[in-house]
Design a binder for this molecule. Structure first.
Ligand code: ADP
Length: 478
């Protein structure tokens, strides 16, 4: 089973494919290297043979052109003054192909007809050449017509066998084979080393991916060099870093959420136990406990609603793109929250620039302003005040909620937008806070490419500023 798996992964491996690809490439190159130069050399040798034979045949044919017809005697006569020929065999025929002269005394064909292809072609008035390379030697023949007053009176046919050139070609062939073998071996060794290195580096990456997939988010891949694989490893490490951060955030969120839900659930449990176990409990106390249970339930509802809102924001829900009159929303919320402000002894005021229209969803503006104004009231002191203002600036609607409350310590400022983060936990819980309000505000404005910032001085107050895209004239006309 394991063997099968190893074979199937090797069969599909990058290393095998690369090896086969390269082997094919080398095979084609070597084939070309072994055939093309040999064919070219063969060709060159044939041509030099042809020139040499034809020149000699021409010399003989010219010396025979004086006779009207060829006879063994005229041929002997004409050949007499010629130097010794550098050929293996010379045949001279008359116009009918009858051999008048044969230089091969041992196996003479004189007196017989030599109607070979070359002779027939020459007797038809053409120059003919045939060459063959076989068994390490060149065999070639050339035939030329003997012309007297434009009439073919015979043919000169030369045969040659060149073993020296054949041996040269064979040696060339042998050398090429040896070079090919050495090249082949060198390339294979180099390639095996290269593909092994590549496979090992890919293996490191693959191993890293598998470990991270199994949940080991602290794992990082280390790779030397500057090539694409190193870049890939760096990208992978960055991705793993982000995964690790996300995972850490997720775990913290789950633990914070469970903790947050556990508190009201525990009070419900405690209160119900008290009612059930105390048989003498009077009606007024029961009512008080049931009221407390209701409050704990309200808190649970509040937490779950906030969690649901965050979940919808995390999933990247579709955003509203309608014109929202933010002033009307601010006024409505101030009216709604004025009992809360009165209860806390806080003065709630507005300074709204007319015609401030944002391009977003109405419920989102409501969510942002409600959270900011509620916080400004919650974290305020009796006699304090809250100012809700709006204005338009550079294509954006700016919502500002300033208070004269407790303020936020500087070291806590970067963290107050984190989920479940609270500066003063007891105060937040007592005021019904969940630690999720500002995260919802931040995630909501970011949906619209907006932002939220805070300026705060401990003991003096805070000012939260949120921006949203403004509804432009053109959008209204479109
Ligand atoms: P909570 O439900 O606790 O109010 P938030 O996410 O709205 O949660 O706020 C996070 C923390 O930031 C609060 O617990 C509080 O400590 C601090 N905070 C928010 N708004 C203000 C404010 N206007 N003044 C002082 N502190 C604030």
């Amino acid at each position: 089973m394991a063997k099968n798996k190893t074979w199937s992964s090797w069969k599909n491996s990058l290393q095998l494919r690369l090896t086969l690809g390269y082997a094919l490439l080398i095979a084609v190159l070597l084939l070309l290297m072994n055939t093309y130069p040999l064919l070219m050399s063969q060709n060159l040798m044939f041509r030099s043979q042809q020139t040499a034979l034809e020149n000699q045949a021409l010399l003989i044919a010219n010396s025979l052109t004086t006779a009207d017809s060829l006879t063994p005697e005229t041929v002997e006569q004409a050949l007499g003054p010629l130097d010794e020929l550098d050929v293996q065999r010379l045949l001279i025929t008359d116009e009918a192909g009858l051999v008048l002269y044969d230089s091969d005394q041992a196996d003479s064909s004189a007196g017989r007809y030599a109607l070979t292809g070359a002779v027939v072609s020459a007797l038809e008035g053409n120059n003919a050449f045939f060459g063959r390379y076989d068994g390490g030697s060149f065999t070639s023949s050339a035939a030329l017509p003997v012309m007297t007053r434009n009439t073919v009176v015979g043919a000169v046919c030369l045969f040659n066998e060149d073993a020296a050139q054949g041996a040269l070609l064979q040696q060339l062939q042998g050398n090429l084979r040896l070079i090919s073998l050495v090249v082949c071996l060198a390339v294979l060794v180099l390639f095996a080393a290269f593909s092994n290195l590549l496979a090992r580096r890919v293996g490191v990456l693959l191993g890293g991916i598998r470990r991270v997939r199994a949940g080991e988010y602290t794992h990082r891949v280390t790779m030397k060099g500057h090539d694409e694989l190193v870049q890939l490893a760096e990208e992978f490490n960055q991705l793993t870093g982000r995964l690790q951060a996300t995972e850490a955030r997720r775990r913290r969120f789950v633990s914070d959420a469970s903790h947050e839900l556990k508190t009201p659930l525990a009070s419900i449990r405690l209160l119900t136990d008290s009612i059930l176990q105390d048989e003498t409990i009077d009606r007024a106390t029961t009512r008080e406990f049931v009221g407390d249970i209701g409050q704990a339930a309200d808190r649970l509802i509040h937490i779950s609603e906030s969690l649901l809102s965050l979940n919808r924001l995390d999933e990247g829900r579709t955003v509203g793109r309608e014109p929202v009159a933010v002033n009307a929303q601010a006024e409505k919320l101030c009216r709604l929250l004025s009992p809360l402000a009165e209860e806390a002894g806080v003065r709630l005021e507005t300074a709204l620039e007319p015609d401030c229209v944002a391009r977003c969803g109405e419920e989102d503006v409501n969510q942002i302003l409600r959270n900011l104004i509620e916080n400004a009231i919650k974290y305020n002191s009796p006699g304090g005040h809250v100012l809700v203002s709006t204005h338009c600036q550079g294509g954006q609607v700016v919502l500002e909620v300033a208070d004269s409350g407790v303020g936020i310590p500087e070291e806590d400022l970067p963290r107050i937008f984190e989920r479940f983060y609270r500066v003063d936990k007891a105060r937040s819980r007592a005021a019904g806070g969940t630690g999720l309000g500002l995260s919802i505000v931040l995630d909501t404005v970011r949906l619209y490419d907006g932002d939220v910032t805070v300026q705060s001085t401990l003991g003096e107050g805070s000012c939260f500023t949120a921006t949203l895209p403004a509804w432009t004239q053109e959008e209204g006309e479109a």
